[in-house]
Design a protein around this ligand. Structure first.
Ligand code: AHM
Ligand code: MG
Length: 327
């Protein structure tokens, strides 16, 4: 059985980056342990606080965030950190080579119901043309990510990671606190007619896109009709698609003109897009390829359509041809 650092070494990942990944993986072991206590631990329930997105913070959001921040500040190779739970970027180590952004606990609404949750992260090279403390450190194109991954805290704990070429899956041995390779060089399965979406938002999507999705589920032969699987946590939904194939959609909707999309570009869409594309799928916003997009606001939101190349491209056609609708 091959350990995480051995696989990354075989991929010619620089040692300093392997060390940063090991630091994140170690935090995720600790988060997995906290998650595993459930109602017998101190992790369930909400706090009185809201994050910068205006969302109520769960205790586990804060525990996971504090663990990652403290570890990455102490790690030494990380210059700047950004988190979904923190309004501003913060300096970890001046002059260090990398910057790291993360969603410490994705799928927070699943915490109290023993549903799927996870940690999503991305690593870029630090910029020398902007100050270390500046959020402009992260104003880079998605294609500049040098590493992306997530950890899914499900019935077992899974780490999926890519340093730009292959995508590998690891499973946590909880006794040893180590991740061991369980799928090397994952390849996207084309043609799986499963999709993942919050269908309760359907009537807020552009009309032509609504019609396209309804066409996918209209009564038809079992071989052409889509079925739906929705965990309500991007990390779980994307893991299913990366493992089995299919389509994930979280388009913008017409409810809030100023903030039409829910998912965050930096620490949700970028890393998932890198993983899906590296495995052979594709990932789009309504404007084009996610990895071609550049960040210009730390907590910027974006529509996301990712997975099977054929199904994504059909959605993209329906969306880009669609007039914006008001339900
Ligand atoms: P979070 O990072 O605060 O947990 O929010 C992101 C999550 C995604 O994992 C998921 O796809 C989406 O929110 C679900 O939101 P909703 O239930 O509002 O559709
Ligand atoms: Mg999230």
């Amino acid at each position: 059985m091959t350990l995480l650092n051995e696989v990354l070494t075989q991929d010619n990942t620089p040692q300093a980056l392997i060390d940063v990944v090991a630091c994140i993986a170690n935090c995720c072991c600790q988060i997995a342990e906290q998650v595993g206590h459930g109602a017998l631990g101190e992790t369930l329930g909400a706090t009185e606080a809201e994050n910068v997105q205006g969302e109520v913070q769960k205790k586990l959001d804060i525990i996971a965030n504090d663990l990652l921040v403290a570890a990455l500040v102490a790690q030494g190779s990380v210059r700047t950190i950004a988190s979904e739970e923190e309004e501003h970027a913060r300096v970890a180590t001046h002059g260090a080579p990398y910057i790291v952004a993360f969603d410490p606990l994705d799928g927070s609404s699943n915490i109290d119901v023993n549903g799927q949750i996870g940690t999503i992260f991305t690593v870029f090279n630090a910029r020398d043309d902007v100050p270390d403390h500046s959020e402009e450190q992260f104003f880079q194109a998605g294609s500049k990510q040098i590493c992306a991954g997530y950890v899914l805290y499900g019935p077992y704990t899974t780490l999926v990671i890519s340093t730009g070429t292959a995508v590998h899956e690891f499973t946590l041995n909880k006794m040893r606190g180590e991740f061991y390779a369980s799928k090397l060089a994952m390849v996207f399965h084309a043609g799986m007619r499963e999709f993942s979406a919050n269908m309760a938002n359907l009537f807020y999507w552009p009309k032509k896109f609504q019609n396209h999705i309804l066409g996918m589920i209209a009564p038809q032969s079992a071989s052409t009709r889509f079925t739906m699987r929705w965990q309500g946590a991007m990390v779980g939904d994307v893991h299913r698609i990366l493992t089995r194939g299919g389509l994930f959609i979280y388009p913008g909707d017409s409810r809030d003109i100023k903030q039409p999309a829910k998912l965050r570009l930096l620490y949700e869409a970028f890393p998932m897009a890198l993983l899906i594309e590296a495995a052979g799928g594709c990932a789009y916003t309504e404007q084009g390829r996610i990895l071609a997009a550049s960040l210009n606001e730390l907590h910027q939101r974006t529509p996301v359509i990712l997975g099977d190349k054929t199904f994504v491209s059909e959605c993209f056609t329906a969306l880009s041809a669609a007039e914006k609708c008001i339900a």
